[in-house]
Ligand binder design. Structure first.
Ligand code: NGO
Length: 515
């Protein structure tokens, strides 16, 4: 082809040494809505390939080129207009197509071009994540690789089943640095996960700067505030804003959580006036839960809560503020209701939608909130009744979606209170039918929480998250009709070398045949 166009031949020296097979159009995780392979239509990426991206598509084009340059060694210039004769990857916004919504895309691959069309930059970004998976696994290497870079021919139509596809990272039990959070954002966005929920305060530590209550971080984020007295640390407002921007560039929205009225021991150590008796409790670095409570009858409590919500809302462009609400065992039922009836509306006062663990469903004010279902039961009348009144639900059943559960009895990290979760257990359920009385129309999406009682470093996070996060991402994105363990298992096995090349420390589950 290149010769016919009078162009220099593509450098393929050493290509025969490449060992992996090229992916097929059907190898993508999460699996797309429609895939139509076309024989003899493969696109070959070469030294003359251009990335065409103009206007609102430019930033996604730049990111794609940056992702493909290291392994290919090709320059891949990003240009607004490309001559027809040159091989081109085109990122095109519009014409508007309602079917694609805010995150969908169409991908067309033929011999001359790869074209991704979408209504929004987020849709283009999703399409480029698909394209990266259609290139040989060596594309994820950080140094130049000698091989032929082909993309299989055909078309893909794709858009998400649910608008909310989340991951959660617990910053409180062990603090994870901004760089570690950024690495996690990179890794989850490969699977079209679009929300990262940060659990920023718990009994052990407080991890986000709040100007009006400075001791929260100087005391609550001090060295030794992690589980077992390890670590400490917190995000400054500038760290947080930088993370929000970094995530947004990958079409990931940050959801901040401050847990209340329970899980507040660290705040009470810093500010004893947040207890009913005014006496500071001892700092806690164990993993017990359910023993602390804000003082429900005290005006100071609501001044504190409002200050925190106001400051969080001011630095959070995303729509949600998560106010916890789980395991308030040291709060009476009546006090819990009093508290939630007052605090859920405070989130709306600052222009955000309230989000909480499913216990908030007890409060009538939760009808305009989002409840995160972490129960292990498939019936929960309180949540079903709330869903009937309008509460939206994010599905995070602890026995399927909790990434901190051990894979099996031999897993060195993690907990097991909700059972072992092997890859198939994480994959084989349906968020749209899991809970009686919570129909798909009430389900906003899915989220995979990763609690960090036992996790200290990025390798620990990666080992627990991958491959299960990919399973939860597929449940959130792919149509239910495509759900198929045999297919997922095969695609996952083929994905393994990508994690290896990226240095992601994934768990090589024996349920999967890894390439
Ligand atoms: C529970 C608990 C957390 C623990 C986690 C460990 C919820 C919502 N509250 O989940 O405090 O860290 O289990 O798996």
């Amino acid at each position: 082809m290149a010769a016919a166009l009078g162009l220099p031949a593509v450098a393929v020296a050493g290509a025969a040494e490449a060992t992996s097979t090229s992916p097929t159009l059907n190898s993508v995780i999460p699996t797309p809505v429609e895939v139509h392979p076309q024989a003899d239509a493969a696109f070959r990426l070469g030294p003359l390939t251009l990335v065409r991206a103009a206007g609102g598509a430019r930033a996604v084009g730049d990111q794609l080129a940056r992702a493909l340059r290291p392994a290919t060694g090709y320059p891949l210039p990003v240009v607004p207009i490309a001559p027809h004769a040159l091989p081109t990857i085109s990122l095109v916004l519009g014409p508007a197509e309602p079917l694609l919504g805010d995150e969908g895309y169409r991908l067309t691959v033929d011999r001359k071009a790869v074209t991704i069309r979408a209504n929004t930059p987020a849709g283009l970004f999703a399409g480029t994540q698909t394209l990266r998976q259609l290139l040989p696994v060596e594309i994820d290497a950080v140094t130049p690789q000698r091989r032929v870079w082909t993309v299989p021919g055909g078309t893909i139509l794709d858009y998400p089943r649910f608008g909310y596809r989340g991951a959660m990272l617990d910053e409180a039990r062990h603090f994870h640095t901004p760089d570690e959070i950024k690495a996690y954002i990179d890794e989850i966005s490969r699977f079209k996960v679009n929300y990262l929920h940060l659990h920023l305060a718990d009994d052990q530590g407080w991890r986000i700067q709040i100007d009006s209550w400075p001791r929260l971080t100087t005391v609550g984020g001090a060295p030794g505030t992690g589980v077992d007295g390890v670590g400490g640390g917190y995000l400054t407002k500038s760290d947080y804003r930088d993370l929000v921007r970094y995530a947004a560039a990958r079409y990931v929205t940050i959801v901040p959580e401050i847990d209340m009225p329970g899980h507040v021991n660290a705040a009470q150590v810093a500010y004893p006036e947040l207890t009913c008796d005014g006496i500071a409790p001892p700092p806690r670095t164990d993993t017990a839960v359910g023993y602390s409570s804000l003082c429900i009858s005290s005006p100071t409590t609501y001044r504190f809560v409002e200050d925190v919500i106001r400051e969080l809302a001011a630095m959070t462009p995303g729509p949600y503020i998560h106010i916890g609400g789980d395991e308030a065992h040291a709060t009476t039922d009546a006090d819990y209701l009093t508290f939630e009836q007052r605090v859920l509306p405070l989130v709306a006062k600052y222009g955000k939608t309230a989000y909480g663990w499913n216990e908030i469903a007890k409060a009538p004010a939760a009808s305009t909130a989002v409840a995160q279902y972490w129960d292990t039961a498939t019936t929960n009348p309180t949540v079903a009744a709330a869903a009937a009144r309008g509460t939206k639900v994010v599905m995070s059943p602890a026995n399927k979606a909790y990434l901190d559960m051990k894979y099996d009895a031999n897993t060195p990290l993690g907990l097991d209170w909700a059972g072992f979760i092997e890859v198939r257990t994480a994959y084989d359920w349906d968020p749209g039918t899991l809970v009686t009385g919570v129909p798909e129309s009430a389900v906003l999406g899915v989220e995979a929480p990763l609690w960090s009682e036992t996790l200290r470093k990025l390798d620990d996070i990666e080992f627990m998250a991958f491959p299960r996060l990919a399973a939860i991402a597929e449940l959130g994105w792919s149509p239910v009709a495509t759900h198929d363990w045999a297919s997922f298992r095969a695609r996952l096995g083929a994905y393994g070398p990508r994690w290896t090349l990226q240095g992601v420390d994934f768990y090589p589950s024996p349920q999967v045949d890894w390439s």
